[in-house]
Design a binder for this molecule. Structure first.
Ligand code: SF4
Length: 554
């Protein structure tokens, strides 16, 4: 293979269409650009980020926070799910102007990856215990099915790893420019509509490739979503598999590549191929390898796979995947069929084996170690041994006998986990926000709780199902662009002209989760802003107006 056959985006002509300009180097390894072009790339080249684990165990955990090399602290620690949390009391107006060390607290956020969102009770209890013992009882279910904790001290990290790893959990590559947690359908293996359970693919990728040093220096993060049911936000991942039945070859997966939200949102593109279950891990490896080799490493703001996809297009991406990485042709495949209604993760629903799953809605994913420990006890007392996290910040108890469902719902209600929530409680998500996140401009989790509790009172008489995605900054961790109401945290003019916490509002975004739905980003109009203070009133007005003006069936 010659390097020329792996050429980058075609050079574009100048405005007059005369002499073509030379394509600017984007730092693509496959084109011979091995010299780091920014500080992050240099740090990764200086030392494989996975090597930081030994330093944490052998040095930093013994000598304390002050002993940590800044390049590890603000760089390589992420490969083990560790970020310094925001020093309390720093307002959002100072986020962009302070130096990183001024924002750093001496405590960490720790992200535990829960691939496929699947937990048995021993795992759930281990997460609960780590939260209670080491993180001041904090625990948030994230919209990528992880659990995040706060207030972690470096001295306790090795003990936490031992406890999590004893039950098969890990924090490896939970953050960083690496293959992050793999989203899986929360109903994998139990939904009546599922033809093929994708869990073996998630397990195989996890076993073979997570923590593999050859995949730990990617241009940026790499997000995967693998499930038969389209009940995941599959269009906003770097790679997604969605189940499809091929007319000749039977059940397999449709492959999507190059989605991502953040500041330049793009939806993933179908490559038009059908991938059987047993080849899905190999094809995943091909896609992530293209990202590693051809991904742009010059600017971090242009490094996600979506930018390469935008330049190449799905046809070229497929061709490179087939010819250079798989060395064979893939089978053409049909698009997946969407269900008549989106799959419901909340409430009690019958599984294919006759047992029931019961989904509950903590507000914006906020729980605690104590709640998770009680959840494990309650699940066990009702005959269940499995719990799932969802990419909508919810929790599901599986395998409940029909005659125990009502008792389970009551018991969960007693610990604040509601199986029959209002539509606001069901459909509101929030990212970490200013409480702990160093990039945040505004507060989010407490705002979500206030919003839900108020709207439950104010709009109790109105039946509307409106999703609200609250984000503390433009990074869109809680998927700003695909909520009915997407809120992007920023400073906005207050009543007296001073700048205060508020949100840019995006309206009408959504993903294609059922027939007739089309994925699209919410409309962002210049004047569509609200202060945090006014948010509840603002959403109430929107809810009332929508309820009054909606069409039949909307
Ligand atoms: Fe932090 Fe911004 Fe992500 Fe929220 S959206 S968690 S504030 S980076």
């Amino acid at each position: 293979m010659t390097v020329n056959s792996r050429s980058a985006a075609p050079a574009r002509g100048n405005a007059a269409g005369a002499t073509p300009r030379r394509a600017r180097g984007e730092g693509q390894w496959a084109l011979g650009h091995r010299e780091p072009l920014n500080a992050n790339e240099r740090s990764k080249k200086d030392d494989n980020p996975l090597n930081v684990r030994a330093r944490i165990e052998n040095i930093y955990a013994h000598r304390g926070f002050a002993s940590i090399d800044p390049a590890d602290l603000r760089g390589r620690f992420r490969w083990y799910g560790l970020y310094t949390q925001r020093r309390p009391g720093i307002d959002g107006g100072r986020t962009a102007v302070l130096e990183p060390e001024e924002l750093d607290d001496e405590y960490f956020m720790l992200r535990v990856r829960i691939d496929g969102g699947q937990l048995d009770l021993a795992q759930l209890r281990a997460v609960a215990h780590v939260s209670q013992a080491y993180s001041r009882d904090t625990a948030d279910v994230t919209d990528r099915q992880n659990v995040q904790m706060h207030w972690i001290e470096i001295e306790n990290v090795p003990a936490i790893w031992r406890e999590l790893e004893a039950v098969g959990l890990s924090t490896t590559e939970a953050c960083g420019d690496s293959p992050r947690v793999i989203l899986g359908s929360p109903l994998a293996g139990v939904a009546a509509e599922e033809v093929l359970d994708a869990t073996p693919v998630i397990d195989e990728i996890n076993k073979r490739y997570i923590g593999d040093p050859s995949l730990s220096n990617l241009p940026r993060k790499f997000k995967s979503s693998i499930g038969w049911l389209p009940d995941l936000p599959y269009e906003s991942n770097d790679i997604s598999y969605v189940g499809v039945v091929h007319p000749e070859h039977g059940p397999g997966f449709d492959l999507w590549v190059g989605g991502g939200l953040s500041t330049n949102p793009m939806l993933a593109k179908r490559l038009g191929v059908w991938v059987p279950l047993e080849e899905a891990a190999e094809v995943w490896l091909g896609v992530i390898s293209i990202f590693r080799d051809y991904g742009y490493r010059r600017l971090r703001s242009r490094a996600r796979l979506k930018f390469l996809m935008a330049d190449w297009g799905p046809e070229r991406f497929r061709e490179v995947l087939e010819t250079e990485y798989l060395h064979r042709k893939l089978i053409d495949g049909p698009a997946p069929e969407l269900p008549k209604r989106p799959h419901d993760h909340i409430g009690a629903h019958k599984q294919k084996d006759g047992l029931y799953y019961v989904g509950v809605a903590p507000i914006a994913g906020r729980v605690s170690g104590t709640t998770l420990a009680s959840l494990a006890d309650i699940a066990e007392a009702h005959g269940s041994g499995r719990v799932r996290t969802t990419p909508y910040q919810k929790l599901i108890v599986l395998d409940v006998p029909e005659d125990r469902v009502e008792s389970l719902i009551e018991a969960l209600r007693g610990i604040g986990l509601e199986a029959r929530p209002s539509s606001w409680r069901r459909s509101t998500m929030a990212c970490t926000g200013i409480e702990f996140c160093k990039l945040a401009i505004v507060e989010t989790k407490a705002k979500a709780a206030q919003l839900v509790e108020e709207l439950e009172k104010r709009l109790a008489d109105i039946d509307v199902d409106i999703s609200v995605n609250i984000n503390g900054c433009p990074n869109a961790c809680a998927r700003t662009q695909v909520g009915d109401i997407g809120l992007k945290g920023q400073l906005v003019p207050g009543p007296n002209g001073e700048m205060v916490e508020g949100f840019q509002v995006h309206l009408g975004g959504g993903l294609a989760l059922a027939e007739g739905q089309e994925a699209g980003f919410g409309r962002k109009l210049r004047g569509l802003k609200t202060t945090s203070e006014d948010l509840v009133d603002y959403v109430e007005r929107l809810g009332r107006r929508y309820a009054g003006a909606r069409q039949e069936g909307e």
